[in-house]
Write a protein that binds this ligand. Structure first.
Ligand code: PEP
Length: 254
């Protein structure tokens, strides 16, 4: 099964509209006249989506993502943004269940599942993040945690939803720490996640779904990680804040 790799930049709470414009100008000048055997996604903060849509709206090589959406349609939810509102920004993807949303903002597997279903109602493609903490890994709970996150987070997705979903396996201990999972650790976790998808949705869907690795991916480690058979791209934080570094990861990893 050939799965097209997908490289997504998660800018987190970095880059307002003017820095988004600077990044876009730099990145676009570097990718001009080039084609990539990979999907490229950029996830700016909400307030920079309009600028990103202005810069990348006509660039077929780059798709945009939001970093979160509400589990509700509209109403008295101060500070929240609905999936339907996001569709107006020419978005294709939405990152859901990032470990920072889980740990800092208390998002549960059930909330994340509700967000996944809302995103699918408007045809947004979830980049669904899962991953264990160091304590969980060292306590022998890796498989239990991933099983719970996948079974609840992806509950009630249809086969069609599944084709449009990307899973990002991100060991929490590797996010923003400079410590990357070894290629072997990452491959083992990815193969296990794929087996969970097979249990829940069947072997055919499991063979098709793309599973990104996330956690301190850099230009220097992208090739080794991406060479693993069950790793289909990367979700990148820090190293995707600079156009050349993001591009180097895409090139080295594809
Ligand atoms: C992330 O934010 O999802 C991430 C993987 O960050 P970093 O690449 O900085 O570890």
């Amino acid at each position: 099964m050939i799965r097209k790799p997908i490289f997504a930049a998660n800018w987190k709470m970095n880059k307002g509209p003017s820095e988004t414009e600077d990044f876009a100008d730099g990145f676009l000048s570097k990718i001009q006249h080039k084609t990539f055997p990979a999907d490229i996604v950029i996830a700016p903060p909400f307030v920079s989506l309009a600028k990103a849509a202005e810069k990348f709206g006509n660039v077929s090589a780059v798709a945009l993502a939001a970093q979160n959406c509400s589990e509700h349609n509209s109403g008295a939810y101060t500070g929240e943004v609905s999936a339907m509102m996001l569709k107006e920004f020419y978005l294709h993807y939405v990152i859901l269940g990032h470990s920072e949303r889980r740990a800092i903002y208390g998002e549960t597997d059930e909330t994340i599942n509700a967000k996944m279903l809302k995103a699918r109602e408007v045809n947004l493609r979830p980049i669904f993040c899962i991953g264990e903490t160091l304590e969980e890994r060292e306590g022998g709970k890796l498989e239990e945690v991933l099983r719970r996150q996948v079974s609840i987070g992806m509950k009630d997705l249809t086969e069609r939803d599944l084709l449009d979903t990307v899973i990002a396996y991100e060991p929490v201990w590797a996010i923003g720490t400079g410590v990357t999972a070894s290629a072997q650790q990452a491959q083992e976790a990815h193969a296990f996640v794929r087996s969970l998808v097979a249990e829940q949705f069947g072997a055919e869907s499991a063979a098709k779904i793309r599973i990104q690795y996330g956690g301190s991916v850099k230009p220097g480690n992208a090739a080794e990680l991406m060479a693993c058979p069950d790793i289909d791209g990367a979700l990148i934080g820090g190293a995707a804040l600079e156009p050349q570094s993001f591009l180097d990861i895409i090139v080295n990893g594809s």
